[in-house]
Design a protein around this ligand. Structure first.
Ligand code: PEP
Ligand code: MG
Length: 945
């Protein structure tokens, strides 16, 4: 026979703390507390198994569930010496939900069950307190009416308010028994009117109704949303806890309260909580009366306080975690109603974990497991002042692309962002989507908000890399960039109006909000001394323990020295990806980049033809020589200018790139620096076609000689843009395909890398360049690009290598690359998985367009998570595994990493650890998260020990 009901009471319980799946967190906690000899009011738990059956069968539970409940009830009645519904001395119970993971306030609770018109008199007689008895009954009708019978709360509140008005009562407690009788009569009339039936008087019917309502509440929208937000599976179900009521409202020697063994927002070691005398639990939660700080309990009920301190201290050591507890004191006798591991802020989590080690409660390994990696985020970014945030309304929600709180005046273009910030304004850049061209505006903005784009869109990737709070894909925004305004939910926001975004939640708030800076970040930036920040010291201590445990190396994706410096300070030991194209967007470079692009096709052709002819010339004899010379002159005439432009632009870019790379090498102090050759389609560096067309038309209409020249220049640009147009640029002329067709670009970049390496090495700073070729799908692509890199390396470093050791490797980001990784490994000295593109191509999901429907997919359970955020282990993950296995089959020691956005996502990090990657690379601000997640992965699944 399946056991559906688990009893607890009288010093022992059927369940224990390891039965969370079946009994829920609360039920297993009650069982555990009972077993530990704590003063827990007895009761029983109906298992999640019954809930799942209830959901599956549409409410038809097998008879054995009712039979087992009946038996448990009889046992409870015997233990308490009272009977449910007894008119003389009734047993009263509470009915509460309790899922495996705590979902605070998400499901409903019913108190005082067992009261009816007759038993309320029994309660009155037994307690000698008519007011208390009637108040309990009216509360029960209200809760039951709302939760089980589905009657709007306001209907009851309305009646209560009327009676309070009638008796001029300021608060509920001012109503006397007679007034409460009137409230009860009115409540019962509400039930009759709303349901067409009288309020149920049979306690067994009440119990069934309450049980079913709890089961049903698992599916209520609040609960569903909470689970989605917190990644809690929908098929767990909730248990139902039926427990003897104890009363904190039996007079001044009774009380009820909640507390934490440590301060859950700061982590300080202080007994933290509040209580109300002569009150029921819901009074504390509902906020109708102001509770007192728990320290005052010591004065009013010293014995109970002492016992509470003893018990909770014991509980903290027992569970090895901060406890969040509920208690009731009934006529000076303490009852523990609940205890569970307390939720805490990221800040508190760090303090608590480290303090617990210092107090000998946890080992460093255990402490490392206690902190949610994602929670570290809260320490690395500005946050809103919590009280103000609670008061502010969320106007819209987008994707939480880059964490942190930002507030500022709205601007709609990158140029405006720069102009406004030069005037000393704090701005928030709002765009439909950002493009590489916006980088200057992004870097001065407090935060970035876009209406479209997903978690690997430009704004998201760059926002994270810069550590800028960013919310992307906020579909509720209607942006009119030309008119410099936006509409959201019926409200208009004009340029200059203050708004705020929370990049950790995706919230958009239409007003200015105070923020406070991150202490850890101030230390990292050198603005605060480490010894002045206890938080920083503990942060580093915890991460130091993590470093000792983890097997995965941690690198950062950084393009510029400033980001590299942050990354190193956060503990990155290497750069896993430098996207060289990001440097091309700097204002002093873009003109040269455009010049290079405009001349590239013809320039490269001219170079190739010239080389070929010159080779022939070497072998030529007699009349052939003259012939070839003639041809050379022709080529020179036709292509000379393009060749000059192409090579001229590259020559100008070379020293700029060299300086970029030298900066990175210096900041990374001899750890490996992976530099990727040019990746994006070239049109990204040019203005948009539509914009150019408008500009040409406007200039033409104006006329004039100067404008004529400008028209010619713009038209040339427009032709180039049209020539470069691709229907599917993400699958087009990008990645190594660029370097293969325009080898001079790869050559220039390789030369810049090696010249920078020599420059820095000469200063005595060790360097480890790793040149990475993107988007390789066929070994031949890598082979050819590698040859160019080696030629340049040899030319710069000489035969002896000048003391610079370098590697040439490839990204694995095209599915074909992954499945032919054995062939590719013959040429590659390392692999780095580009899981952004691998997800895009493996799934066939455009990384720039998928946000539109990915949310729908998640809401409707097609996908659990956004695959651009958390690696799709079952699908794309297989490509990674195949790539690793095939690569290492050929080269057993092949170094393999990942540099897609997944490198900073804790659950993906667990996967990368499991499949044997050597390192993960992520944005600088995610480095601490990755360090901790990598340690947790090792503790959960040790490799190499
Ligand atoms: C990737 O594709 O995962 C990657 C790191 O490259 P990018 O995001 O620049 O395409
Ligand atoms: Mg890529």
């Amino acid at each position: 026979m399946t056991q559906y009901v688990y009893f607890f009471g009288g010093g022992k319980a059927d369940g224990n703390k390891d039965m969370k799946d079946l009994l829920g967190g609360k039920g297993s906690g009650l069982a555990e507390m009972t077993n530990a000899g704590l003063p827990v009011p007895p009761g029983f738990t109906v298992s999640t198994r019954a809930c799942n059956l209830y959901m599956e069968t549409g409410g038809r539970l097998p008879a054995e569930v009712d039979e087992q409940i009946e038996k448990a009830l009889a046992r409870l009645e015997q233990l308490m010496g009272k009977k449910l519904g007894d008119p003389a001395d009734p047993l009263l119970v509470s009915v509460r939900s309790g899922a495996k993971f705590s979902m605070p306030g998400m499901m409903d609770t019913i108190l005082n069950l067992g009261l009816n018109d007759r038993s309320v008199l029994g309660l009155k007689a037994k307690t000698g307190n008519g007011r208390f008895a009637k108040d309990s009954y009216r509360r029960f009708i209200q809760m039951y009416g709302n939760v089980v019978l589905g009657i709007d709360k306001d209907k009851f509140e309305h009646e209560l308010a009327a009676i309070k008005k009638k008796y001029r009562a300021a608060a509920d407690v001012d109503l006397d028994e007679k007034a409460l009788d009137e409230v009860i009569a009115r409540y019962k009339a509400v039930v009759q009117k709303e349901t067409g039936r009288p309020f149920p008087q049979d306690p067994r019917e009440q119990l069934r109704g309450a049980r079913d309502a709890v089961f049903k509440s698992w599916g209520n929208p609040r609960a569903v949303t909470y689970r989605k937000l917190n990644d809690i599976p929908h098929d767990l179900g909730t248990a139902v806890n039926v427990q003897t009521m104890v009363f904190g409202n039996m007079g001044e020697n009774s009380a009820t309260g909640v507390g934490f063994t440590r301060n859950p927002s700061t982590g300080a070691k202080e007994f933290y909580g509040e209580f109300l005398q002569n009150a029921q639990g819901e009074d504390v939660v509902a906020g109708t009366r102001t509770p007192h700080p728990i320290a005052e309990l010591q004065k009013v009920m010293p014995e109970a306080y002492k016992q509470l301190r003893e018990i909770t201290t014991r509980l903290e050591r027992h569970y090895k975690d901060v406890q969040d507890f509920e208690f009731t004191i009934q006529e000076n006798k303490l009852y523990m109603l609940q205890t569970r591991n307390g939720k805490r802020t990221g800040l508190a989590a760090i303090h608590i974990a480290v303090d617990f080690v210092e107090e000998g409660i946890l080992t460093p390994r255990e402490a490392v497991m206690k902190v949610e990696p994602q929670a570290l985020d809260q320490l690395l970014h500005p946050i809103f002042e919590p009280k103000q945030r609670a008061k502010a309304e969320t106007a819209a929600k987008g994707l939480p692309a880059s964490p942190g709180a930002a507030t500022g005046a709205v601007v709609f273009t990158a140029d405006d962002a720069v102009a406004w910030s030069q005037k000393g304004k704090r701005v928030l850049l709002v765009r439909m989507e950002t493009v590489p061209d916006d980088i200057h505006g992004m870097s001065v903005a407090q935060g970035i908000l876009t209406a479209t784009g997903g978690m690997t869109s430009h704004a998201a990737v760059v926002g994270r890399q810069m550590g800028k709070p960013s919310v992307v894909g906020c579909g509720a925004l209607h942006i009119d960039a030309k008119g410099k305004k936006l509409k959201v939910g019926g409200q208009v926001v004009n340029e200059g109006d203050a708004i705020s975004i929370d990049g950790s939640t995706g919230d958009v708030i239409l007003k200015e909000m105070p923020t406070s800076p991150s202490e850890v970040l101030q230390v990292v930036a050198g603005k605060l001394k480490p010894e002045k920040s206890v938080l920083y010291q503990k942060f580093e201590k915890l991460l130091g323990w993590a470093d000792e445990i983890r097997r995965l190396g941690i690198r950062a994706n950084a393009d510029i020295p400033r980001d590299a410096k942050v990354a190193f300070a956060f503990g990155a030991r290497g750069i896993g990806l430098c996207r060289t194209e990001h440097m091309f967007f700097a204002q002093d470079r873009l003109p040269q980049v455009v010049r290079m692009i405009l001349a590239a096709a013809r320039g490269q052709r001219g170079l190739d033809l010239t080389r070929r002819l010159k080779d022939r010339l070497k072998e030529a004899r007699g009349s052939q020589t003259a012939e070839i010379k003639k041809e050379l002159a022709k080529v020179q005439k036709e292509y000379g200018k393009h060749v000059a432009d192409y090579t001229g632009a590259l020559k100008k870019l070379l020293p700029m790139q060299r300086a970029d790379f030298a900066g990175l090498f210096k900041e990374m102090h001899g750890t490996p620096v992976t530099i990727r050759t040019l990746d994006p389609p070239l049109h990204e560096f040019l203005p948009k076609r539509e914009e150019l067309m408008v500009q040409v038309a406007v200039l033409r209409a104006k006329g004039g000689a100067r404008n004529k020249a400008e028209v010619a220049r713009k038209e040339k640009l427009l032709r180039a843009v049209e020539e470069l147009h691709e229907f599917n640029p993400m699958l087009g002329h990008r990645g190594c395909r660029l370097g293969i067709t325009y080898p001079e670009i790869t050559r220039m970049q390789a030369r810049a890398i090696f010249e920078a390496a020599v420059q820095v090495a000469k200063k005595g700073i060790p360097v480890k360049p790793e040149v990475m070729i993107p988007l390789v799908g066929h070994v031949e692509e890598l082979k050819r690009q590698k040859q160019i890199v080696i030629e340049e390396a040899t030319a710069v470093l000489g035969k002896d290598g000048s003391g610079v050791e370098y590697l040439v490797g490839t990204m694995i980001e095209v599915p074909r690359g992954a499945v032919t990784a054995d062939e590719i490994a013959r040429e590659a000295e390392f692999f780095s998985f580009g899981t952004n593109d691998l997800t895009q191509m493996g799934f066939g999901l455009s990384r720039d367009d998928a946000a539109k429907f990915l949310l729908y997919y998640q809401e409707h359970g097609i996908l659990e998570k956004d695959p651009f955020v958390s690696l799709d282990a079952g699908g794309v993950g297989q490509l990674v595994e195949i790539g690793v296995q095939k690569g290492r089959k050929v080269k057993p020691d092949l170094k393999v990493g990942v540099c897609g956005e997944h490198g900073g996502d804790p659950s993906s990090i667990h996967f990368f650890h499991k499949v044997g990657l050597n390192y993960v690379s992520c944005s600088p601000y995610r480095v601490p998260i990755a360090r901790l997640a990598a340690a947790q992965a090792q503790l959960e699944k040790p490799v190499g020990d």
